[in-house]
Ligand binder design. Sequence first.
Ligand code: K1U
Ligand code: ZN
Length: 159
Amino acid sequence: MSNILAVAQQGEAILTLKAALVVESEFNSTWLNGLADAMQATMLERNGVGIAAPQVYVSKRVIIVASRPNPRYPDAPEMDAIVMVNPEILEKSEQIILGEEGCLSVPNERGEVARAEKVKVRYFSLVGEKIETIFHGFPARIVQHEIDHLDGILFVERL
Ligand code: K1U
Ligand code: ZN
């Protein structure tokens, strides 16, 4: 069983920083696997559909994306959680759509955020495999929200 971690809240400096890249020697390490496990446990405990390492006080470029159907997005796909290390958006669709967002670091606030409908993302797995995937709709929204966390941006700054 993994550790449930504290979640940083709006106003804390860690959420405003640009997170550091995970370096070669950190892939396939007990430390990185433990961080990913604890992030996933914390996300599940808070009922989230995503989480970024800075939200658990680790300023490193690691995110988890875990779309599932929910009252706001009943048609969202059910995904196994994807851990993305050093994710980068390679392409964004011209089509922009508005959709409701919440944030584990901003309690009791929801808002309509404009995001690209489709993104092509490059990331690394926990063992350092390079992966490129296209996401649409709600999963694409989660990816953009989580990468914003790595760049020190909260969704409330995009309202
Ligand atoms: O990064 C986070 O703070 C997690 C956040 C991810 C997210 C939700 C909605 C849109 C983009 C990114 C959450 O999981 S908030 C809780 C939630 O499950 C939810 C909130 C609003 C709409 C749908 C789901
Ligand atoms: Zn958030």
